[in-house]
Design a protein around this ligand. Structure first.
Ligand code: NAD
Length: 319
């Protein structure tokens, strides 16, 4: 692991310069979140075009940035490699076929990243993200603290936004999480959701303007947001791009920020081996600590079921 000093350049390599990769790159540029950005894609021409396009915006950017299209050897001295390469579902292809094909893509990508001599932090966004992060971690041989999936970071942002709208409060003052799989079995442990320092379930009990039933509707809207956006515009990318910048800044700035990323559980919540979305402290060495929040018995049941869904899917692709 290399040491960080203020004169060193913050270098990030992106593998997969599709909608997600480029929304992330665009947000990185607009927030001046690194000094050097390398774009890698199977489609080299596309990566080169994207680099040109971003470079032409530099005169209007908040700070300078070296942006180029490159190859895997560029990962060697990168601080972070972000993986958002993926293949789309083909007609007639089952969910399992797609899972297996994406796992093969990520194994090949990880091997090439590792062959460069890379020693930094890997962030994975490719879906199904919890399974793909586990594939990348096992293939890389890295300590699991250094391989982070985007997990439920975006789902948590959607939750905070919607709960903020409901209570007419700045989403930054809503403290709550979506945990579990980034997908159908994710859920909100409402027992731990706060507006400032007050539990939202208590607010619902005390004020008849608000209700737990409405909060449950918000959970459902969060869980189905991706389907709604995909129906309207075929893909989701801005929200995840900004979520990944938030995660990148937490790492590069050694912020020790709490973010709901996909992390490998090694005994936490009574689970072992599975990558799943849970609140974690994120800093320069990746996942510093996995937080075990208090859950009601019902919430514990939902979490165990979500972990089982992920373990079963992972077993399907390795067997
Ligand atoms: P996209 O099709 O626009 O881009 C995928 C890119 O990957 C393409 O440019 C393609 O050329 C590249 N690619 C494919 N195989 C490659 C390989 N072997 N090596 C290098 N590059 C390769 O897709 P997108 O909309 O950008 O989505 C990317 C992934 O992000 C998908 O898996 C999607 O489901 C996922 N996603 C995740 C979240 C999240 O919350 N984690 C949110 C939205 C999308």
């Amino acid at each position: 692991m290399k040491f960080w000093s203020s004169i060193e350049k913050r270098k990030v390599a992106i593998v997969g310069t599709g909608m997600v990769g480029m929304s992330y790159a665009y947000a990185m540029l607009n927030q001046g979140a690194c000094d050097e950005l390398v774009l890698i894609d199977l489609n080299r021409e596309r990566a080169a075009g994207e680099a040109m396009d971003l470079n032409h915006g530099l005169p209007f950017a908040v700070s300078n940035m070296r942006i180029s299209a490159g190859d895997y050897d560029e990962c060697q001295d990168a601080d972070i490699v972000v993986i958002c390469a993926g293949v789309a579902q083909k007609q007639g292809e089952t969910r399992l076929d797609l899972l297996q094909r994406n796992a093969e893509v990520l194994k090949s990508v990880t091997k090439q990243i590792m062959d460069s001599g890379f020693t930094g932090i890997i962030i994975v966004a490719t879906n199904p993200v919890d399974i793909m992060t586990r594939v990348v971690q096992e293939c890389s041989g890295f300590n699991s603290k250094r391989v982070i999936g985007t997990g439920t970071i975006l789902d948590t942002a959607r939750l905070r936004y919607m709960v903020g709208e409901y209570f007419e409060v700045d989403p930054r003052n809503i403290h709550g999480y979506v945990i579990g799989e980034h997908g159908d079995s994710e859920f909100v442990p409402w027992s731990q959701a706060l507006l400032s320092t007050k539990r939202v379930v208590e607010i619902c009990k005390e004020n008849n303007r608000y209700s737990i039933e409405e909060l449950e509707k918000i959970s459902e809207q969060v869980r189905t947001s991706a389907y709604t956006i995909i129906k309207a515009k075929n893909a989701t990318y801005y929200g995840i791009g900004m979520s990944m910048v938030r995660l990148t800044k937490a790492v590069l700035g050694n912020e020790n920020s709490v973010l709901t990323v996909s992390a490998k559980l090694t005994g936490e919540y009574g689970q072992n081996g599975v990558y799943v979305g849970v609140p974690c402290i994120i800093g320069r060495s990746g996942i510093g600590k996995i937080l075990e929040i208090d859950l009601t018995d019902e919430e514990k049941g939902k979490f165990i079921a979500s972990c089982k869904t992920l373990s079963d899917s992972y077993d399907e692709i390795i067997n």
